[in-house]
Design a protein around this ligand. Structure first.
Ligand SMILES: *[C@@H]1O[C@H](CO)[C@@H](O)[C@H](O)[C@H]1NC(C)=O
Ligand SMILES: [Cu+2]
Length: 308
């Protein structure tokens, strides 16, 4: 595709552009097997496997980075929901003892999530933290509504769950990961997840205890980075766990619901409790939720020739 809007946002030390506003790849339409008959987490509605047709679309090659979100905020004065609420959920392992000591409330089922006052996309671990050294990392602490606002501003939209999963699979059929079935091909790390004993000890054997640059690790067959691991990614679909084997065309999920589908898992996922760094895996949050491991990327329609 002709890159009309190419703008370098974060050059690396060789002045190669590592984050640019225009960064989409054309995903050719086709049919693929969505979901799996061999679910990793059965209550998540990963199955049954079903033939799904997808028409062509554009997909961001990487997650929306802090540098990009900053441009959006500068241009629109958008306030994120985390900023409006005054807090957001941070994984306790990332917090200083000083910040931790100020927090009383916790999520019973997941005590490693702490609501931190002043945590936001600009201050991912609370007011004392910043993103100066992380401009090329995925923006986090953004709600579904914030993600939609960003994509709309960029002339894009969120991907549907089906588009996201089709893109994740990178042209491979019935594989667990975007590159195949091996967790670590040739002993190499292909994604940013948790190594060690969750939630107490992250060895960061993959190089990252928290987020990684959006272009870290090898891209999949479609040229997409970090579809699994790094940050969870919002999709446009409402959540349901009820699927059938009916063959669908460009499914968009239920017409309404309480939670939105997120895909891909994050740097916090470990097989022992969150085996969700797989293309078929899925999870959900209310659209106003935000957390230190939840971001997004945008998709876009392919305009008919006469409109280009
Ligand atoms: C960002 O955080 C670093 C490390 O904590 C600190 O040294 C630096 O002064 C902070 N920068 C700003 C602009 O606050
Ligand atoms: Cu991701």
């Amino acid at each position: 595709m002709i890159d009309h809007h190419y703008q370098c946002i974060v050059p690396d030390h060789h002045y190669q552009c590592i984050v640019s506003l225009f960064k989409m790849v054309l995903i050719t339409g086709g049919v693929f097997t969505m979901g799996t008959d061999d679910p990793g987490i059965s209550q998540d509605g990963e199955g049954p496997a079903r033939k799904t047709h997808i028409k062509q679309f554009y997909m961001d090659t990487y997650e929306v980075a802090n540098a990009e979100f900053e441009r959006f905020v500068r241009a629109t004065s958008h306030s994120t929901e985390a900023e409006i609420f005054g807090d957001s959920f941070v994984f306790e392992g990332l917090l200083s003892d000083k910040v931790k000591s100020t927090i009383t409330q916790a999520v019973a089922a997941a005590p490693w999530w702490l609501p931190v006052k002043g945590a936001s996309w600009k201050h991912p671990e609370g007011p004392d933290s910043n993103i100066t050294k992380r401009m090329d990392h995925p923006v986090v602490h953004v709600s579904w509504q914030n993600a939609v606002a960003y994509c709309t501003w960029a002339g894009k939209r969120l991907p549907t769950e089906a588009e996201w999963e089709y893109a994740c699979r990178g042209g491979l059929e019935n594989r667990i990961f975007p590159w195949g079935n091996k967790l670590q091909p040739k002993g190499q790390h292909y994604m940013n997840i948790w190594q060690g004993d969750f939630p107490h000890h992250n060895t960061a054997d993959d190089g990252y205890a928290s987020t990684a640059p959006v272009t870290a690790f090898p891209a999949n067959g479609y040229g997409l980075f970090n579809m699994v691991g790094n940050a969870w990614e919002w999709t446009s679909d409402w959540w349901t766990v009820h699927h059938t084997t009916d063959e669908l065309e460009n499914p968009i999920g239920p017409p309404s619901g309480t939670d939105k589908v997120k895909k891909g898992g994050s740097y916090m996922c470990h097989k022992s409790y969150c085996y969700r760094y797989r293309c078929a895996a899925r999870s959900q949050n209310t659209p106003d939720s935000s957390a230190s491991n939840l971001g997004f990327r945008c998709a876009a329609d392919v305009l008919p020739d006469y409109l280009r």
